[in-house]
Design a protein around this ligand. Structure first.
Ligand code: F0G
Length: 381
């Protein structure tokens, strides 16, 4: 039998397309290589004959897509001699920063919004030894402070304004193309700071790029000509569709907003850091932005769990909520290939999940008769 090669993370896998050299010490937890799962049971998809996949990024080492960016950002920070990293976060970035800093043996400072971070994410940052600063304000306040402190103290910012973050995150698009053999027609993502939608676009664009051309105007590493092209792998790129929660939808309002609100705390952001890039992505890809309200987000989170066995966090479910709505509205032609990124694991936010779950928990005595009658009463025909 042939044994599989041990998977050692996305930097090793995509070395020739990432800014590392042979002597770079790579800080990795085996991130990337996440499953692309075809949805089978949601009826709209069968009716409209849509090839519908989710990229389940919740299966990264710390439970979100942030690990892809963090392996790159921390690797480069360590290479540049940093002893500490810092980020503002709605939770997932802080969990990833804490984990990769622990792995590297450096300090992580994380600024989180007061009371508005899911419990799982807070537990991760605390266990992984980060210095947690709970800011009396929201994510946008934390982000402003992080940018200011970077000029005053020897800390490397690892939010997605750090260009290495997007370089790591672009690899998710590579994986999708390699599995499908082509790029999807539509790619749906939740949008907060808009770093991830930009990163996917950079990834697809590099695979579609012809030598001597700039992959995309959103690429921060290009210098007008992509340094990473070795062959043109795809000829068409997807339309990129970004969904925001209605209470936190600056791209829909056309301006920054001051008091973002949503149950999807991961994307409770009013001042997206990759604002300009996201508009470039929309323009170049021919995609669009749209919004879903909190009830639609939660209903879709539940639908995915109940019908497909896939548990994602609320912010992630918005990509599928948006795609299903667009399919119902006839915006997606029959036989299209649609990919939605499920950015984070459902276990990140157990409180929201339990609060909205209507499934009965049946209490029984420790007796066979009671267990038997509970089973017979609850059998689905
Ligand atoms: N989904 C999840 C689960 C997230 O945690 C985030 C962002 C997004 C989507 C949006 O991605 O910002 O690249 O548009 N979370 C950041 C954090 C803000 O601090 O964890 P984006």
């Amino acid at each position: 039998m042939t044994f599989r090669t041990r998977y050692t993370g996305l930097i090793e896998t995509y070395r020739d397309r990432l800014p590392v050299s042979d002597s770079t010490r790579i800080i990795s937890l085996g991130e990337g290589n996440t499953p692309l799962i075809k949805l089978n049971n949601i009826s709209e998809l069968q009716d409209e004959q849509i090839n519908f996949y989710v990229k389940y990024e919740g299966l990264n080492p710390t439970g979100s897509f942030k690990d892809r960016g963090m392996t790159m950002a921390v690797t480069k920070a360590v290479e540049d001699g940093a002893k500490a990293i810092i980020c503002a976060s709605t939770g997932n970035t802080s969990a990833a920063a804490a984990a990769y800093a622990a792995r590297a043996g450096i300090t992580a400072f994380v600024l989180i919004p007061d009371g508005k971070i899911a419990q799982g994410k807070l537990a991760q940052a605390m266990m992984e030894g980060a210095v947690v600063l709970q800011v009396k304000g929201n994510f946008d306040d934390g982000m402003r402070l992080v940018k200011e402190i970077a000029n005053e103290a020897p800390v490397t910012v690892v939010n997605s304004i750090n260009p290495y973050r997007l370089q790591g995150q672009k690899t998710a698009a590579f994986e999708i193309v390699e599995e499908l053999g082509y790029a999807p027609d539509f790619h749906y993502l939740p949008v907060g700071n808009a770093g991830n939608i930009t990163a996917y676009w950079i990834g697809y664009s590099e695979y579609a790029c012809i030598k001597g051309e700039q992959a995309t105007a959103a690429c921060t590493h290009c210098n007008n000509v992509c340094p990473y092209i070795n062959e043109q792998i795809i000829t068409a790129r997807p339309k990129m569709v970004g969904y925001q929660a209605s209470g936190s939808a600056p791209f829909m309002r056309g301006e920054m907003i001051d008091k973002p609100e949503t149950v999807a705390t991961a994307i409770r952001i009013g001042y997206p850091q990759s604002w300009d890039y996201a508009w470039i992505v929309r323009e170049e890809s021919g995609g669009w932005f749209d919004e879903c309200d909190d009830s639609e987000i939660l209903a879709t989170q539940k639908l995915l769990a109940e019908k497909e066995g896939i548990f994602c966090e609320p912010a992630s479910a918005i990509s599928v909520a948006g795609a299903l709505r667009d399919i119902n509205l006839g915006k997606i032609p029959k036989n299209s290939c649609v990919v939605c990124t499920l950015t984070g694991h459902g276990l990140k936010d157990p409180d929201t999940a339990i609060k909205q779950s209507t499934a009965p928990v049946i209490r029984v005595d420790a007796k066979l008769s009671q267990v038997k009658s509970a089973i017979l009463e609850n059998m689905i025909e």
